[in-house]
Every structure is written in C-alpha cells, then in structure tokens.
Ligand binder design. Structure first.
Ligand code: DUC
Ligand code: ZN
Ligand code: ZN
Ligand code: ZN
Length: 467
C-alpha cells in the first residue's frame, strides 16, 4: 500500500519545503519534488494543497488514569489517546507510577496493563519513582534496558510522591551512570504545605488559594536546588517539567549558558491562562484551573518570558501535563478545602493547535512550532528518528494542518473525557486536517477512522542530548 501526501508544505525543525511525502506501509519512504511525483501512481493520494505537513505531535507528559487525591484522572488510555489523535498528537509518553512502598516493576506492570490493547496512538512510559532506596535504584538500571529511560521525582507533595534531597541525589547519581534522564517536579513542597495549612486555618478555603499558596519563588527555589543537585551528581541530565515561573526559567537559562545538561518544558496552560482568569471565575469554578505548578499572575511577566524561552531553547518542549478531572464528583472533592481539589488540567487534544496559535501571534516560527511539539520530544526521550521528523525511514506519523481553518475549543466539541474545557471559547486560526499514524489515516476532516488497540508500545533509547 503506497500513499502520497501531495501538494503541501513540509515543515521540519530546520526549514520548510514544497514536497510530496511518499508513504509505503507504515513508513515514510521519500520526500519528492512535486514536479517528479506526478510520474508515480500511489494507491491513495491525500491532497495537502495549501496546507502544512508536519510530523505527528509527541506529547511527552500525560497522566492517563493517574490516581490522585482519592480519585483518578478521568481519561483512560482509550479516551485520552483518541482525543490526542483528534488533536494531531500521534505519540504520548505517559508516566507509569511506583506508589510509595510498591516494587517499581509492579507499578510498571500495572501501567502496561492499563495501556495495552487500549491505545489509539503509539505510547511510551516514563517512570515516577515513589521512593528512592537500594531496590528502586537497581530497578532504574533494569528499566533503562527495557526502554524506560527517564524517571520523574517530586520535590512537592510530601507524604505522597515526595523525595528528599538525599534521595534525589542518589537517583541522579544512578542516572548519571546508566544514561537515564531525571525529570523533576520542582516546587518546594515542605514550604508549600506550611502555607496551605496557614491559609486553611485563616478560613481561606476557595480554589484561588491553591495558586496563592504555591508562590513562584518556591518553584524557582526548587528548580535551582535541583540544578545544584544534578551538578553534584556529575552533571546528571535533568529535565524540569511543567515550568511556569520566570525565576525558574532564569535558573534553567543560567545552567544552560554554563553548558550544563539541563532542559525544561512548559505547557499551554502557562502560556495562555493566568491566575487572574481563575480569580475571576465565580464560586467554585476556579477549581477547573487547579494544577501544579499553578497558573501564574498576569501582573508578572511569566507568560511573556516563557514564549521567549521557547524561542531561545531555554525551554525545549511544550507538553501538556494532561491530567483531566471532571468538576462533578472529582474537582468537587475540594469544596470547602482547596487542598483536596485534584490537581490537573486536560489538554492533550489542544496542544498542536494552541502552539500553532503562537506562530500566528508572532511568538514562534513554523519550524520552532514543529520542533517544540514533535522533533525535540522525540530526540529528548529516545524516539528519534523513528518519530518526530518527516524523513525516509521514519514512521509515517503525519498531520496535514490547515492554516486557513479555524478551531473553537469547547467542552461541546472536545473528545477528552472531561465535563468542562480549561480553554472554553478559545479560538485558533488553524485546524488539524488529516492525521496519519504509521501510514494509517486515523482522522480526516474531523471524522475518526482509528481504533482502540492499534497504538503500540514504544521502547525508548537514551536521550539524543546526552553528553
Ligand atoms: N501536577 C498536576 O497538576 N497534576 C498531576 C501531578 C502534578 O504534578
Ligand atoms: Zn508534576
Ligand atoms: Zn541562554
Ligand atoms: Zn505531570
């Protein structure tokens, strides 16, 4: 079966070109000069005239079915990867969880069981370490051999996921040896818990106090501390997740300017939503935007600095931290106590569009759009060149993107299993058209042609950025 994506403008990290993309089976076999491709007769032609052709999006940070605060994230691997496909994301890297006290391999096996046979697009795992001890450090070595080459630790959430500095250092030393990447949730959770208890004691129980009790300074402090610990661990590769604060970005930029193995991602919510949006919401509605790290104030320059960081590569990647909870029965667990609101925002369906809007707004180039949503995630997490690039030999994961289309985000039209949208009413000047996953058309003109179970597990290699 051969397929030709014809007449489009192919965008890669290094430039754009008018080219037709020839697909055979699951793979890209050639990029052809349009003048030449008229002479070949593929089985199927996809008309991409006037459209961009980009590599399928890779969302390197999702939490399908994550247990949190007595409930679990509302997207399953079935509903979440289907929504991802609709939005032009053809690979996710989800976080398998070792619960504190659990054997790491048992946590991983549970995640495989959740995902296997249920995914609509290809998937891989990072591993959250719920504890650092001799056993889990040994497990890290084993998992690297099994294609799980990145491990997330938490400086936040004391008593749940939290690791102390000694544990973090030990995990970093192990990662330095085996080539893995340490991913860090960088917020000072010990100090945050004090602020949370003080706020509750004053009767400040509404959703807005979630953000107020997680000040930017405590993200900046934790980010700097993580960078220092990684330096002590002989420059262990460190990746800061969901970076939201200017000060934290400044610490990352400084480390990078010093040539350090330090990387970071941000998420669409920090580029587009603010604490004031949340503050302006009536009653308990602000719970919709409770996530950690929290939304930041528009009166500081966070969002502007984050866009700049994306241009300068101090921020390498945009992921979603997709962690959806419904208002009903889930966010509502925190009525009367904001600290019981499950943390998270769903957005796996909207990342490709929201970052394209950054191109329209003059924040990013087309090439940088593709790089931050597809190419760099593949390189950062050992999926390149199978994923993240339109090149002969790569998987035929392609999105035909219509710059003249429009997208209006709404709970009424999204495909995520959420009873609200964090981006309700937001308009994008662009639209996902056709989506191919390994050569198969899974979305065309808003219609779904994929199926549950077609997504494959991807064993990852080490990061291309490792030195
Ligand atoms: N932050 C969230 O918002 N949700 C899940 C976990 C996290 O760190
Ligand atoms: Zn986190
Ligand atoms: Zn710099
Ligand atoms: Zn997360």
């Amino acid at each position: 079966m051969t397929l030709l994506v014809k007449g489009g403008t192919v965008i890669g990290p290094t430039g754009t070109q008018r080219a037709d993309v020839l697909v055979q089976g699951e793979k890209i076999v050639a990029l052809l000069d349009p003048a030449f491709s008229g002479t070949i007769t593929p089985d199927e032609i996809i008309d991409a005239a006037g459209k961009y052709v980009i590599p399928g999006g890779i969302d390197a940070h999702t939490h399908m079915e994550l247990p949190f605060g007595g409930t679990a994230a509302s997207d399953t691997f079935d509903t979440g990867t289907r929504a991802a496909a609709y939005g032009g994301t053809t690979t996710i890297i989800d976080f398998a969880v070792q619960k504190t006290g659990e054997v790491v391999q048992d946590g991983l096996a549970a995640w495989h069981a959740k995902a296997e046979g249920n995914c609509h697009v290809d998937y891989a795992f990072h591993m959250i370490l719920g504890g650092v001890d001799d056993e889990s450090l040994k497990a890290m070595d084993q998992l690297v051999g099994e294609g799980i080459t990145s491990f997330k630790l938490f400086m936040a959430y004391p008593g749940v996921f939290y690791s102390d500095d000694g544990q973090i250092l030990r995990a970093m030393q192990t990662a330095r040896e085996n080539g893995a990447m340490i991913m860090m949730h960088a917020e000072n959770g010990i100090a945050i818990d004090v602020l949370v208890q003080q706020a509750l004691a004053r009767g400040e129980t509404g959703p807005i106090h979630h953000g107020i009790t997680r000040p930017a300074a405590l993200e900046t402090e934790a980010t700097s501390r993580a960078i220092a610990l990684a330096e002590v661990a002989r420059d262990c590769p460190l990746y800061i997740v969901h970076l939201s604060a200017s000060g934290a970005l400044e610490s990352v930029a400084q480390a990078r300017d010093a040539g350090r193995n330090v990387f970071a991602e941000t998420c669409p919510q920090y580029l587009y939503l603010t604490l004031e949006d949340q503050l302006g919401a009536p009653g308990f509605e602000g719970a919709k935007w409770v996530c950690s790290t929290p939304l930041r104030s528009k009166h500081e320059s966070h969002a502007k600095d984050l866009w700049k960081g994306l241009r300068s590569n101090d921020l390498a990647i945009v992921s979603t931290d997709h962690c959806p909870f419904c208002m009903k029965d889930q966010k509502e667990l925190g009525l009367g106590d904001f600290s019981k609101i499950p943390n998270g925002i769903g957005g796996v369906e909207h990342r490709v569009d929201l970052i394209y809007q950054g191109v329209v707004d003059g924040q990013l180039s087309l090439e940088r759009w593709v790089e931050t949503i597809a190419t760099t995630p593949a390189r950062m997490f050992g999926l390149y060149p199978q994923k993240g690039i339109i090149a002969p030999g790569s998987d035929a994961d392609l999105v035909v993107y219509d710059p003249n289309g429009r997208t209006r985000i709404s709970v009424d039209t999204h495909h995520m299993n959420m009873d609200y949208s964090a981006y309700e009413g937001v308009e994008i000047q662009g639209r996902v058209g056709t989506v191919l996953s390994r050569g198969e058309v899974i979305v065309a003109d808003g219609n779904y042609h994929g199926r549950k179970g077609r997504g494959r597990y991807l064993r990852r290699g080490l990061s291309s950025y490792l030195v």
